[in-house]
Design a protein around this ligand. Sequence first.
Ligand SMILES: C[S@@+](CC[C@H](N)C(=O)[O-])C[C@H]1O[C@@H](n2cnc3c(N)ncnc32)[C@H](O)[C@@H]1O
Length: 251
Amino acid sequence: MTRPERARSFGAAAEEYDRLRPAPVPAALRRLLPSPDVRVLDLGAGTGLVTRSLAAEGVADVVAVEPDDAMRAVLAARSPGVAALAGTAEDIPLPDASVDAVVASSAWHWFDPERATAEIARVLRPGGVLGLLWSFADPTTPWVAELRHVQRADDKDSTSGVEDGFTIDLPEGAPFGPGTSEVFRHETWMAADDVAAMLGTYSTVLTLSPGERAEVRRRARAVIARRVGTDPVRVPFATALWCATRRPSDI
Ligand SMILES: C[S@@+](CC[C@H](N)C(=O)[O-])C[C@H]1O[C@@H](n2cnc3c(N)ncnc32)[C@H](O)[C@@H]1O
């Protein structure tokens, strides 16, 4: 499966994605946006997990950009007041200097970094903030690491080695100040079946055959039963945040 095919695989499971994937930890959004009185672009917004989390934090002015029709349809249905635009990070359908913050959650690794950085710098007002987030079951917990192996994601996904102090390298010359990062951890109770089904919302599994997907789910259930042994399961999650400020163009 090619990378572009994986990048476009999520719509096939849009409802399951929305039901099962973790939203960012609220503390990460508060760290990124100390004030809710800002215009925010949710880029690669998917089904709107972050769009809804921003609304819950009191951020009223959000525009979402998402290329996949099925993902965007879920977003539009669940966030009816939000402008949900078809578009990509490499071709953002917004005017220059029109937003105070760009948030890309579990999406940056699908973008072309050179073209996306130029577009993000174009739509951000000077002094605005770029926040790159990833929310995921925490692979520093051994049974979660075993699930990632079942999910065939141990060496492919950008979240596999995320720890405090991680860095993101923007393309050389990008008009952003130095980045800072932080990892926020929390736990949620989930049904064991839902934890196994959540694996099926990742591109590494979405792009398998139906038989292979069923096998991933069966093996995930077996790992959870053997390594955790409870149902529901207390799942450790993490949200990794990296952010940097858009410099004025003349600096
Ligand atoms: C893992 S999902 C994350 C969705 C959402 N941000 C979230 O946190 O749940 C990745 C999303 O990025 C979108 N995507 C893939 N390539 C993209 C691109 N070049 N520009 C913008 N979005 C893209 C996919 O369609 C998908 O909805």
